[in-house]
Write a protein that binds this ligand. Structure first.
Ligand code: ADP
Length: 265
């Protein structure tokens, strides 16, 4: 379909017209029969390239399952997931792993850097794992973008938490992925450092055309997104665009109250 987007070493060009993320009728059920848990009850969603989306919801609403299914780490029971124009639902494990390494970026709460590798080696890891020639110039470029141009030879243990998360963001950016999935990326950071990390994700979207999907329970973090999606009981029930932390927090409080009432009933 000619939708494969540019390699990172090619000149800037429009990325084709496929949405970065598309979920159609995505369901995920754990167990069967009366004991079945419906973690996702039919998610329909289209996210354009160059957008920053936050996903919120009460505990148990399906946020992790959503992220896992959208990122090809888990298989939906039903429905399809299309990433950058490629339907991933039918891919075998090897193809899926390759796609994750070359076309997706991940940022986790716990940074997930390899302590024995240098910062540069950590950033180059997705390329190495995908069997591509490590592009040190590209690594230097993304490290400079995240403000760590001078830390390439350090090891993660020599860096602060915020700096380690910057390395993780550089690693997520290095292959110029279709989507970056972030799971509570600021959960382990103090408020000031968290704001810096969120600013960095925001600027990756605004300046580099990245697409970010972030699960968070923090309204301040979610306020950096263009759109906040609210999950409740496995369904998308609401959204807010360009909202302030206060408005997001109020919406979350209302959702959580409803979830508590449901459990108590
Ligand atoms: P959240 O991330 O919003 O807390 P999850 O996606 O972790 O929600 O869970 C959604 C629902 O699916 C919950 O009811 C949870 O107990 C259930 N669930 C998640 N993973 C499993 C699993 N491996 N086996 C059974 N139930 C699960």
């Amino acid at each position: 379909m000619g939708l494969r987007k540019k390699r990172h070493d090619e000149p800037e060009a429009p990325r084709g017209d496929a949405p970065a993320v598309e979920l159609r009728g995505v369901r995920r059920q754990y167990g069967r029969g009366g004991a079945a848990v419906h973690a996702l009850r039919g998610i329909d969603l289209v996210l354009s390239t160059g957008t920053f989306t936050a996903v919120m919801g009460p505990s148990g609403s399906g946020k992790s399952t959503f992220l896992q299914c959208a990122a090809g780490l888990d298989r939906p029971t039903d429905g399809t997931v299309v990433l950058g124009g490629t339907p991933i639902t039918g891919l075998n494990e090897n193809r899926l792993t390759e796609l994750r390494r070359t076309r997706l970026g991940f940022v986790f709460q716990a940074f997930n850097l390899l302590p024995s590798l240098t910062v540069e080696q950590n950033v180059l890891l997705p390329m190495r794992l995908a069997g591509h020639r490590p592009d040190r110039r590209r690594a230097a470029e993304v490290l400079t973008r995240v403000g760590l141009g001078d830390k390439a030879k350090r090891r993660p243990g020599e860096l602060s938490g915020g700096q380690q998360q910057r390395v993780a963001i550089a690693r997520a950016l290095v292959t110029d992925p279709d989507v970056i999935f972030a799971d509570e990326p600021t959960g382990a950071l103090d408020t000031t450092t968290a704001a810096e990390i969120l600013g960095l994700l925001r600027s990756a979207v605004d300046r580099m055309g990245a697409t970010v999907v972030m699960v968070t329970h923090d309204p301040v973090a979610a306020a950096h997104a263009d759109r906040v999606l609210f999950l409740a009981d496995g369904a998308l029930v609401d959204h807010l665009d360009r909202a302030t932390p206060d408005v997001i927090a109020a919406r979350m409080t209302a959702l959580t109250a409803r979830a508590v009432v449901r459990v108590a009933a």
